[in-house]
Design a protein around this ligand. Structure first.
Ligand code: ZN
Length: 352
């Protein structure tokens, strides 16, 4: 409630003002305190989280209540310029502010806390305690929805949209992050846990499959993965198990790390030919997506355990992760499945 917008509020102010005068109190001081009591909404709210932590969605609840959003991505400039923007707006009568930037550490938050003290506005920090895994999932989901695909390392060099950022942004945030506390100057700190809402449109099921040492092995060659069609050899029992899942209505989707491409061990075309040969020998049409990038450092979202390939398919086919299954032999496969909350099997268990 804003006191000057409420007839009842103004009457109370006037009434207490008279009482104070009669009682001989310092009217200005009492009035100021009273306004603070009435103006419970007059404050600066800082919403902080990982990039992709859900700030944009969360902050809408404040905007709907009449808060003025001050966001660097929208305004441009630097984080340290925002207090000036708040001060200018405050001069013109704005009293409720919500700022949703990453505010990774105490230093990044210092100037806006000082600004709040100067303007005599309470400042609350809302920390969206979204995990790294959920933030990565959200970041890729937003990317696929906006761009229709996963951006790759070369795209990030020219991309101007701050909402589409490379994976390193999340790793940096995780490393630098300092938890917000009252001690640094906030009047209150609220912790909000992230909950992924289920969308009823996402109702389809899929069987995700790693390829190497899961569906196939090699007949010969210098590497533990095929680089030529003649090296592709299907492991036993695979075709039959896939038949079963197709009959149960599962879409077959492939997710494969092929860093041998970046190392120069095979070309993109060699990899495609080997996937096609795998499908031919299995008698199935697995829709495959592979990561050709190198590691380290992590430069893309498609290399497992990043969730890029999975989120891409989830968005494309409206998959319900609770009904999906992923089979892969590596720790990175298990981790990727956990990040997407997809049921995971090791091939020894799944194809036994
Ligand atoms: Zn990749």
């Amino acid at each position: 409630m804003k006191w000057y917008q409420s007839d009842a509020g103004v009457q109370v102010v006037v009434c207490v003002l008279c009482c104070c005068r009669l009682a001989g109190y310092d009217v200005r001081f009492t009035l100021l305190n009273l306004l603070w009591l009435l103006d419970v909404d007059n404050m600066i709210v800082l919403v902080i989280s990982f990039p992709g932590g859900g700030k944009t969605t969360y902050v809408q609840t404040y905007i709907d209540q009449g808060y003025h959003r001050v966001n660097r991505d929208e305004l441009g400039g630097k984080l340290y310029d925002l207090p000036k923007v708040v001060e200018e707006l405050h001069k013109k009568g704005t009293v409720n502010f919500v700022l949703d930037n990453t505010y990774v550490d105490i230093e990044a938050r210092k100037s806006i806390i000082e600004c709040a003290k100067k303007l005599k506005l309470p400042i609350k920090c809302v920390w969206l305690n979204t995990s790294f895994e959920d933030a990565q999932f959200n970041a890729v989901q937003r990317m696929v929805r906006k761009a229709g695909r996963l951006l790759d390392p070369t795209d990030f060099k020219t991309n101007k949209d701050p909402n589409l950022f490379p994976p390193v942004a999340l790793f940096n945030y995780k490393e630098k992050f300092q938890k917000p506390t009252i001690a640094e100057g906030f009047d209150s700190v609220e912790v909000v846990e992230f909950v992924r809402k289920k969308d009823p449109k996402y109702k389809n099921k899929a069987l995700f499959l790693d390829f190497d040492d899961n569906l196939r092995t090699v007949t010969q060659g210098d590497f533990p993965y095929p680089t030529k069609v003649s090296e592709v050899k299907i492991l036993p029992g695979r075709k039959e198990k896939l038949d079963e899942y197709v009959k149960k209505g599962y879409r077959l989707l492939g997710a494969s790390n092929q860093s041998g491409i970046a190392k120069g061990n095979l070309t993109v075309q060699d990899a495609v030919d080997c996937f096609e040969e795998t499908n031919r020998q299995l008698g199935h049409n697995i829709e495959y997506f592979f990561c050709p990038h190198s590691v380290p450092p992590v430069s893309c979202y498609c290399r497992k355990p990043s969730v890029g390939i999975f989120v891409y398919f989830i968005e494309r086919y409206f998959l319900d992760t609770e009904q999906c299954v992923f089979v892969g032999d590596q720790t990175s496969d298990k981790t990727a499945a956990a990040r997407c909350k997809i049921k995971y099997y090791h091939p020894d268990e799944f194809f036994k």
